[in-house]
Ligand binder design. Sequence first.
Ligand code: APR
Length: 310
Amino acid sequence: MARKKVTVIGAGNVGASLVQRLAEMDMCDVVMVDIPQTGDMPAGKALDIMESGPICGYDSRVTGTTTYESTKDSDVVVITAGIPRKPGMSRDDLLNTNAGIVKAVTEQAVKFSPRCVLIIVSNPLDAMCSVALKTSQFPKHRVLGMAGVLDSARMRWFLAEALDVSMESVHAMVLGGHGDTMVPMPRFSTVNGIAVTELLPKEKIEAINQRTRDGGAEIIKLLKTGSAYYAPSAAAAEMVEAILKDKKKILPCAALLEGEYGIEGVFVGVPCKLGERGIEAVIQLNLTVEERAALLKSAGAVKELVGALK
Ligand code: APR
């Protein structure tokens, strides 16, 4: 049986970390693409990852390139190309630069892999999903964004730390856009089935919600030269695995909504079933009045940003 194939566009911090994770998961061959100005850098990183194979024990074939021919017939294409935030910048400050990049790489990617599932990682995430959907002309179930898995992983760690329990036992749900208006959902966040609202005082939960919303900025403040990549690459790898292995995992992803949650024509984070066809279902939760208002506000912020695209 031929191995599955994944293309990762952008061989920077997020892209190269994702390629390493995918290789170590030993479930696909990986092609890493960057711009011609990077010269042999993608090839160098790919060779370095291959040379780790004998020690780590994988047979994934990893290649690095600055052209798209070798990306042909990928099952999944992950777009991490673009500029990251610097301290003091919001994700929205990246809008038009990254929109141009995402448009250009989507055109190339879908030309060579017309049947792939596209996962967008570049920020501002939800607006970049719209750019990729429009450019690719793909059906909506084959274009999705990585944000909720990352935001909920951050929340899971903060909850596990506060409760002093295993992170494995903690699940969390974060809905909405991948920005300041994201909506952490403590009511749907649990420690092995026990809602965290039963286990932590209200003020502590609110503090964790806020730290989750500021999670990306907290890392940028520490790193100073760029934004997070270990957790973002882990989150993208989980989504790729769910698709390649047709796991039907329920994960929060940025999906184009057409009426679900009363939201129309905009990408926002909602719980999705991820399998080989991409988004196989959007799960609609019964929200309280407050939760619904917060989600609608977040969708409004995404809509406004998409409207500002040049
Ligand atoms: N085609 C391919 N690669 C590109 C293109 C393009 N048109 N334009 C830029 N790139 C590459 C850059 O050359 C660089 O190697 O994308 C890479 C980005 O890497 P980093 O600067 O290290 O940024 P990173 O931290 O990986 O973040 C990338 O993901 O999480 C988001 O907000 C983040 O939008 C940012 C993206």
